[in-house]
Design a protein around this ligand. Structure first.
Ligand code: HEC
Ligand code: HEC
Ligand code: HEC
Ligand code: HEC
Ligand code: HEC
Ligand code: HEC
Ligand code: HEC
Ligand code: HEC
Length: 423
């Protein structure tokens, strides 16, 4: 009896073992390849299971400096104040990660980001002031007067909710207010899991949003000498180099990030992309920014890490000539539209008459393009996509305005004729 039960337990044990081995062999490769001990330590349980469920997330994470430095999945996915929690496989995780989660460990970057136009102003440009708390409004107004405390964008309203969500907000959500009281996301430039500086230094990353006819920065960069050299030599550069010690040996050619953010050769890294800008180039008629002198000095210092002073001064002088001449052209064009408005020949509603679209294109496409290109080395965009179009459109708008005036005059004299002809 005793021997029989011993035999059975040994037999059942052996069968279970064989079964387990057979089952294990049938598992897909991703399940069998256990993560390395280093990866387990770095990522813990989440990664073990997610290697099966969402393997790309784990692979991306393993590329990151976070993984090397022992940051775990939970360090980001942990709930912080104001966030909704969710029970998940024995853990409590947040349902939405925002800049607040990153700010726990990256206070300086977060503070700089919050001061920039990438934060609240970017969202207000589409949705206006209504989604912000009074405190958020006051903070943003301090750094960018008038950029946040404004109405929802009229063009967006006319285009409707589908266009707003999948269009405007797809780019402007970099500064969207979050439910936890924070603003925006850091992942638009760093991605969620590789959290890479190399990615953020690639022009295409900024070009996700900074492209197209109204802000052709990516196209302009690609056309510039800097862009051509970067495309040819990027494999020779150290795009992963640590920001605080970045040298011109790591990157001898600048990208968007270098000029607007990097701490090249001992300069200060900044997440406030406004810090080195001296003009409001995006405005119809460009004015100097409040920090004109200081900001321009910062950018020029950056150029001078690679160029001589005379080269940089000449470059800025020539670019500012384009700003002044574009301002002049836009002012002339505005006079025509103002004349029509004064005479009551245009309805008060925006974007309901063909000439209003041409008027918008004038400064929003071609005026901006000419100015942006002058500062970033895009000759074709100063000329053929800028000044030539300005000339062409000016002739068209002038002619169209004359026709509107002639039609109105004809109508008026017809009406007068009808009146006098009445018996
Ligand atoms: C035992 C397996 C397992 C473990 C352990 C696990 N997860 Fe998951 N997780 C899943 C599965 C399954 C899904 C759903 C996948 C799907 O929808 O395709 C998921 C989904 C998620 C999602 C998306 C949730 C959503 O609602 O969209 C996140 C974020 C996540 N897991 C993070 C984590 C983190 C962080 C940990 C560790 C703290 C973790 N997971 C541990 C299996 C696991
Ligand atoms: C640097 C912070 C950070 C770390 C570390 C991190 N995550 Fe995430 N994860 C995010 C962010 C941000 C999102 C996007 C959340 C959102 O949409 O609100 C996300 C989303 C996810 C999702 C949903 C993905 C999808 O596309 O549906 C899963 C699953 C996930 N993480 C799992 C993990 C796992 C597993 C680890 C560890 C291997 C991990 N995360 C480590 C920041 C992080
Ligand atoms: C728990 C703390 C913690 C959290 C949360 C965290 N990080 Fe980090 N992060 C670190 C540490 C530590 C480093 C490595 C710093 C070093 O080596 O000097 C780092 C490095 C980085 C780097 C530099 C990477 C490189 O290649 O040089 C970036 C970019 C970054 N984090 C972005 C983020 C973003 C975006 C989030 C939120 C989605 C986030 N971090 C959340 C701790 C954290
Ligand atoms: C492809 C990404 C993208 C889309 C889509 C987009 N924008 Fe923008 N928008 C930008 C970028 C980038 C700038 C900054 C341009 C600059 O400074 O040169 C900008 C600037 C602006 C500005 C001027 C800045 C300011 O604060 O006044 C307004 C207003 C604006 N966008 C509104 C909208 C509206 C409304 C929509 C949808 C109808 C929209 N945008 C769609 C990327 C986008
Ligand atoms: C997710 C979309 C998005 C990405 C990615 C993005 N930006 Fe922007 N950026 C915007 C929007 C929207 C604005 C306009 C904000 C406003 O003025 O309302 C803007 C404005 C700017 C400005 C002008 C700020 C000012 O004060 O007028 C600079 C410079 C800039 N971005 C540089 C960059 C650089 C460099 C990168 C890449 C490292 C980048 N951006 C990535 C959306 C983006
Ligand atoms: C507009 C794109 C953009 C956004 C948005 C952005 N970053 Fe960065 N970040 C960069 C770039 C570019 C670098 C590298 C700068 C350089 O070239 O030296 C960087 C570098 C970093 C570093 C490394 C800094 C160092 O000195 O080692 C950290 C940490 C970081 N970012 C965190 C964040 C956090 C947190 C947020 C959100 C609050 C954020 N980033 C939002 C583009 C961005
Ligand atoms: C060689 C340095 C350099 C490079 C590379 C560069 N920029 Fe610029 N950028 C400038 C200068 C200079 C200005 C004008 C500064 C001023 O107003 O004084 C400018 C202006 C801008 C503005 C205009 C803000 C406004 O007022 O409308 C945006 C947005 C911008 N750059 C984004 C980008 C993006 C995105 C890239 C990459 C595709 C890029 N830049 C590449 C130097 C550079
Ligand atoms: C990281 C180094 C670096 C920075 C920063 C930099 N440049 Fe350059 N720039 C270069 C290199 C390299 C070339 C190619 C020179 C050659 O032809 O050998 C170049 C070429 C140019 C050219 C074209 C010269 C020609 O005659 O073809 C202009 C103009 C220029 N840069 C202006 C600027 C301005 C303005 C700034 C600052 C806003 C700036 N650069 C910032 C490295 C840099």
């Amino acid at each position: 009896m005793q021997f029989k039960s011993l035999f059975f337990s040994v037999f059942i044990g052996a069968m279970l073992l064989i079964g387990a081995i057979l089952l294990n062999n049938k598992r897909p490769a991703v399940e069998k390849n256990q993560p390395s001990s280093q990866a387990v330590r770095a990522t813990g349980k989440c990664a073990q299971c997610h290697r099966r469920e969402t393997p790309a997330v784990v692979h991306q994470f393993e590329m990151s400096r976070h993984a090397k430095k022992g940051i775990t999945c939970l360090d980001c996915h942990r709930v912080v104040e104001g966030q909704t929690s969710k029970a998940h496989r024995g853990f409590t995780i947040t349902t939405q990660i925002t800049s607040k989660n990153c700010a726990q460990c990256h206070k300086t970057e977060h503070e700089q980001f919050m001061r920039s136009r990438h934060a609240a102003p970017a969202w207000a440009a589409v949705a206006g002031r209504k989604a912000f708390t009074p405190k958020q409004l006051a903070f943003a107004e301090k750094y960018h007067k008038g950029a946040v405390d404004r109405a929802a964008n009229k063009l967006a309203q006319l285009e409707g909710p589908g266009a707003i969500t999948k269009g405007c907000e797809g780019c402007h959500n970099i500064g969207k207010p979050n439910k936890d009281g924070s603003i925006g996301t850091c992942t638009q430039c760093h991605s969620r899991h590789s959290t890479s500086v190399a990615l953020a230094r690639h022009p295409e990353t900024c070009g996700q949003c900074h492209m197209g006819p109204d802000h052709s920065q990516l196209e302009i960069f690609k056309e510039s000498k800097h862009g051509a050299l970067f495309a040819a030599q990027k494999n020779l550069m150290k795009l992963h180099a640590r920001p605080k010690t970045l040298t011109t040996k790591d990157m001898s050619v600048p990208t968007c990030a270098t000029c607007h953010m990097s701490g090249l050769e001992g300069m200060k890294v900044t997440h406030d992309v406004t810090e080195r800008l001296s003009w409001y180039l995006f405005a119809p008629v460009s004015k100097k920014r409040p920090g004109y002198q200081r900001n321009q000095h910062e950018m020029k210092e950056l150029c001078k890490k690679c160029h001589t002073t005379s080269h940089v001064e000449r470059f800025y002088k020539e670019a500012e000539v384009v700003v002044h001449s574009t301002n002049q052209k836009v002012k002339e064009e505005r006079k025509i539209i103002q004349r029509l408005r004064k005479k009551g020949l245009l309805t008060p509603q925006p974007f309901d008459e063909p000439i209003e679209f041409l008027h918008f294109d004038f400064w929003h496409y071609y005026g901006r393009t000419a100015k942006h290109a002058a500062f970033m080395g895009g000759a074709d965009f100063v000329q053929w996509h800028g000044n030539y179009e300005l000339l062409h459109l000016f002739v068209k708008i002038k002619k169209m305005a004359q026709q509107i005036e002639q039609n109105a005059a004809r109508k008026k004299s017809n009406a007068a004729l009808k009146k006098t002809n009445k018996p």
